[in-house]
Design a protein around this ligand. Structure first.
Ligand code: 6PG
Length: 247
């Protein structure tokens, strides 16, 4: 049985997964702009969302989105220049942001050009404080945070056995990830948990085992992604391959 905290959408295949995800994204953008005049969305990195970003940049969606009232952030970033092939902002630009009529002033990448990642994380936290409304615990409140899940159960840059998992005061923090031998900057649990909506996209049978553990009701909360409990709805968009181990 699935954990009732989650709203799980199981789609036939990757194409259906991206169409459903795009429809939800469009709906969230419209609802936020209709209600508050603006849509604050944090994009996720990784490979899974790239086809969604390309879809949103395409003729079936881009013209339906009110880009001047959409503000785009990045939920986590590798501590590399934005032009580096590993940059999540660089990927989002290539797949979406360079192809739609979003004003440059509406793009809010995580800075990666300070003396160290901690300074950049603090800068981003200040920027979020200025740009975003506060949730009820004085942390920035996004309308939508997009997330992925690694095969170790990490989400954003909240990796197993890292200090950032214990961060409860900062909205954004830097973390050195031993297994990647690299610095990351990420929204922390307090920020993720303030989100009005969260959407996770998981695709492929490589994640089927861990996804079944994560989504099953009553399972021990072993993985970082299971510590996300946002105030609003948490939607999982998964394809049949990723869902193949769900009872
Ligand atoms: C990143 C992401 C990360 C990603 C997962 C899943 O910076 O890589 O934010 O959390 O969502 O690692 O990545 P894939 O979509 O490539 O499987």
């Amino acid at each position: 049985m699935l954990n009732k905290e989650y709203i799980v959408h199981i789609l036939q295949d990757k194409d259906a997964l991206y169409l459903a995800s795009a429809g939800y994204w469009l709906q969230q953008a419209r609802q936020a702009i209709q209600a508050r005049g603006v849509f604050h969305v944090a994009l996720t990195g990784g490979s899974t969302p790239q086809a969604l970003y390309r879809l949103l940049a395409g003729p079936d969606y881009a013209a339906q989105l009110d880009w001047p009232n959409i503000h785009v952030y990045i939920g986590d970033e590798r501590y590399v220049p934005h032009g580096h092939p590993d940059s999540n902002f660089g990927m989002a630009k290539a797949c979406l942001l360079d192809h739609v009529a979003i004003p440059a002033a509406n793009l809010h990448p995580i800075p990666t050009d300070d003396d160290n990642a901690g300074q950049s994380a603090a800068r981003y936290a200040d920027e979020l404080r200025k740009l975003l409304p506060d949730g009820d615990k004085q942390f920035p409140q996004f309308d939508l945070i997009m997330l992925g899940m690694g095969d170790d159960g990490h989400t954003a840059s909240l990796f197993p056995d890292t200090e950032i998992l214990h961060e409860r005061d900062k909205s954004v923090a830097a973390v050195y990830v031993d297994k990647l031998a690299s610095w990351r900057i990420s929204l922390t649990y307090p920020s993720l948990n303030q989100a009005r909506q969260i959407m996770l996209m998981v695709s492929g049978d490589g994640k089927a085992d861990i996804l079944a553990q994560v989504l099953t009701a009553g399972s021990e909360r072993l993985y970082p992604v299971q510590q996300v409990h946002n105030a609003g709805e948490m939607h999982w968009f998964i394809d049949q391959a990723a869902a193949s181990r769900l009872a």
